[in-house]
Each structure stands twice: as C-alpha cells, then as structure tokens.
Design a protein around this ligand. Structure first.
Ligand code: NAD
Length: 259
C-alpha cells in the first residue's frame, strides 16, 4: 500500500472561488495529504469566501490576493509569499475567464477584445505564474498543474474562444516543461470532463456536453470533483516523478471515442 505524503511541502493553489471550484477540491485533497496550503484569490470579494472556506482546512492557509491579468500583481504576490514561506513545491493553476457573450453563438463572431481577454487570463497567466514561481521552486522536485478541456483540439459548440485558449495552454505546458525540466520542476495539465462550477455553467451548451459525456464515454457516467483532485494529488507527488509536459484526461474516457 502506497500512501502519498506531502508533509513539509508548500502548495500554492490559484482559482478557488467557491466550494464547487475544482481548485478548492484540489486544495482540500492536498491538505489531507499533509501539504501546507496557500490560497490565491482574484479580488477582495472572492477573498472573503475563500477565507471562510480556508477555515475548513486542517490548518489555516496563507492567503494571497492575485489578479493574474497584470504581471505586476503576479510579481508582488510572489514577493509577499517569499516572506511567508521558504519555497514552493506545488502550484495549481485553475484559472479561466472569458466574456459570457463569447461563450455561445458562432465562434466566428468572437471580437478581438474578447479573444485577447480570454487568452490573456486563461492561457498567458500560466506563463506569468510559472516565471515568477520558478525561483521559489527550483531544485525542490516541484510540480505545476493546470486545468484544460478537450475543446483544445475538438469542437464543442459554445466553448468557442475558450477552446482556443485551452489549445494555447496545452502548448505552453509542453514548452514550459522544456524550460523548467532541468530545474527539477515538472508541469502537466489535467483535461477534465464537465463538472458543475461557476465557470462551466455559463458556457452555452454545457448541459449538452455533460449529457454527451455521460451517455457516450466508455465508463458511461460523468466525472466527479474528487477524481480530478486525486489526479492532481498524483501529479504533484513523487509517484509521477517521471511525467512532465503531459495532458492527462480525467473524463471517464470520453476523448477516445469516435462517436
Ligand atoms: P471556477 O469558476 O470555480 O474557477 C475559475 C477561477 O478562475 C475562479 O476562482 C476565478 O476567480 C479565477 N479567475 C478568473 N479570472 C481571474 C484573474 N484575472 N486572476 C485570478 N483568478 C482569476 O470554475 P472551475 O470550473 O473550477 O475552473 C477552473 C479551471 O478548470 C478552469 O481553467 C476551467 O477552464 C477548467 N476546467 C473546468 C471544467 C469544468 O467542467 N468545470 C472542465 C475542464 C476544465
């Protein structure tokens, strides 16, 4: 029997908004495995509910505000953290944003500004976070995890510009794996099937995507938040020490199907 023990490890989790957030489920699982949790939230308003949630962890998390749409913010968040913790072993990047009107209707109508915004927050932010995190992760056997969706390479009507962002994000995972590998930092993406969250519910066609996964995937059901969190635990543990630059599907096998 192997147990994953993350005692003595610091895990910085971006993207908790509420109790349904994938990031929250990952944070809870890493906490249960013994990691010290740092929760990063986008703004004051979200910060209050993150603070309430954080009190459910086994010890109070370090909290840090960070809006990833601005590099200066990302830099000052890591500066603030450097005085609180001695290094970072795990980063969970579980962030996406697009204007609601760009997550429905014809993709061809995506305006330039909506495209820029979605790609900036949902894809570029991983590069920015990895750059400022790397000095604090170097030589510790660190692991970065980001969240993607199969719309990176297949068409899911309604997912629109977020599919383009996920394609960019997955490419970044491969390029960052090369940049960071010699510093003993791994980076991987989890491609999750649909789960109910604040973000997923605003995608037009989300219900159809969820139904299609349940009906057509080899396992004949949807995934759970816990299945994603358990895969994240594996990816940030020594059990996955040889894996980097990878996209792991947690989708009850939906991506292998042709019909
Ligand atoms: P969520 O709404 O709970 O999480 C999205 C997070 O992004 C929120 O915490 C939000 O505050 C944060 N965020 C948005 N703009 C930000 C900014 N400028 N700076 C910092 N943080 C910002 O929804 P979720 O479904 O848990 O999404 C997490 C990740 O999982 C996303 O990348 C999403 O695309 C991905 N994903 C979700 C599903 C699903 O079905 N829910 C499936 C596959 C992948």
């Amino acid at each position: 029997m192997y147990n994953i023990d993350l005692s003595g490890k610091n895990a910085l989790v971006f993207g908790v908004a509420n109790q349904r957030s994938i990031a929250w489920h990952i944070a809870r699982t890493l906490d249960q495995a013994g990691a010290r949790i740092v929760l990063s939230y986008v703004n004051d308003r979200v910060g209050r509910s993150v603070e309430r949630l954080g009190s459910q962890l086994s010890s109070p998390p370090v909290l840090v505000e960070c809006d990833v749409s601005d590099d200066a913010n990302v830099e000052s968040a890591f500066d603030a953290l450097a005085s609180e913790i001695d290094g970072i072993d795990v980063i969970v990047h579980s962030i996406a944003f697009a204007n609601r009107e760009d997550l429905g209707g014809p993709f061809i109508d995506t305006p330039r500004e909506g495209f820029r915004l979605a790609l900036d927050i949902s894809a570029y932010s991983l590069v920015s976070v990895a750059r400022y995190a790397a000095p604090m992760m170097k030589g510790r056997g660190g692991s970065i995890i980001t969240m993607t969706f199969q719309a990176s390479d297949r068409v899911f009507p309604g997912y629109n510009v977020m599919g383009t962002a996920k394609a960019a994000l997955e490419n970044e995972v491969r390029q960052l794996a090369w940049d960071l590998g010699r510093d003993d930092i791994r980076i991987n993406a989890i491609s999750a099937g649909p789960v109910d969250t604040l973000s997923s519910r605003v995608i037009s066609g989300y219900r159809d995507m969820k139904r299609a996964h349940a009906d057509r995937s080899p396992m004949g059901r949807n995934i759970t938040h816990e299945e994603v969190a358990n895969t994240a635990l594996f990816l940030c543990s020594p059990m996955s020490s040889g894996i980097t630059g990878e996209v792991i599907h947690v989708d009850t096998g939906y991506h292998v199907m042709g019909i």
